[in-house]
Ligand binder design. Structure first.
Ligand code: TYD
Length: 227
């Protein structure tokens, strides 16, 4: 099916990233957006970080097990960067080049928030890693799902059930408050690319807000009315 009224030419796909703290509901929202894009005839792939490609999924196990933490903040950041490098080369760029949209659960803003603001890895180190791993690639739109820390942690605990908290879920409440602030700062610093959405409401209402944002960002005014 042809894409309905997408702005900025038909060639390359659009790159949309989702960000937020623990329990913000990113994976649910990505699935819901994917369904709406499907209905609108937009070819797309959904993926995630850390992971999303064969090599990066191996790295994912390493970092989420807490192994990277033992190596120190900079080395842990390098693991995320290595995973991203593989993911960008093998999944994201090929999909965009084929004209598919890429919906990605976390991308470099996660590194900026978790390793930069909270892990205190210096901006020049992050910039250097970013240059190597993603070059000029930048998301066309970043949706940051914002929920109060207590709500997010409660949702993450329900999702986890009797499973063990991973490397970042097990950080203390101060860390998660810092994370929320870090994301708000990222949104404020790059308002053209980032949209902060209150994700406290039920998933259907949040999905409507996400869809409104996507429609206005990418589709022509005439098409917005029809979608
Ligand atoms: P995941 O189970 O995918 O959690 P979530 O559902 O919260 O996305 O775990 C990914 C974890 O890795 C998450 O706690 C954030 C962290 N992370 C970083 O610290 N830096 C990064 O660059 C990325 C991509 C993720």
């Amino acid at each position: 099916m042809a894409e309905a009224g997408v702005q900025r030419g038909p060639g390359r796909g659009r790159f949309v990233t989702f960000e937020g703290g623990e329990g913000a509901g990113k994976s649910t929202q990505i699935k819901m957006l994917a369904k709406r894009l499907e209905a609108a005839g937009v070819r797309h792939v959904t993926t995630r970080e850390p992971g999303g490609s064969t090599g990066a999924e191996i790295m994912r196990h390493l970092v989420l097990s807490g192994m990277g933490k033992l190596l120190g903040a900079e080395a842990e950041t390098l693991l995320f960067a290595a995973a991203r490098d593989d993911h960008v080369r093998n999944v994201i760029l090929p999909a965009l080049d084929q004209g598919r949209w890429v919906l990605c659960d976390r991308f470099f803003d996660s590194t900026r928030a978790y390793q930069g603001s909270l892990g205190k890895v210096a901006p020049d180190v992050l910039n250097a890693m970013q240059r190597v791993t993603i070059g000029d690639l930048k998301p066309d739109l970043t949706i940051i799902l914002d929920v109060p820390v207590e709500v997010g942690m409660q949702r993450a605990a329900v999702r986890r059930g009797s499973g063990i908290a991973d490397r970042f879920e097990s950080e203390d409440i101060k860390f998660h408050h810092g994370l929320r602030e870090a994301y708000r700062k990222i949104a404020a610093e790059d308002p053209e690319r980032c949209v902060l959405i209150d994700a406290t409401a039920d998933p259907d209402r949040v999905a409507d807000a996400v869809w409104d944002t996507v429609r206005v960002h990418f589709f022509t005014p005439a098409a917005v009315g029809q979608l």
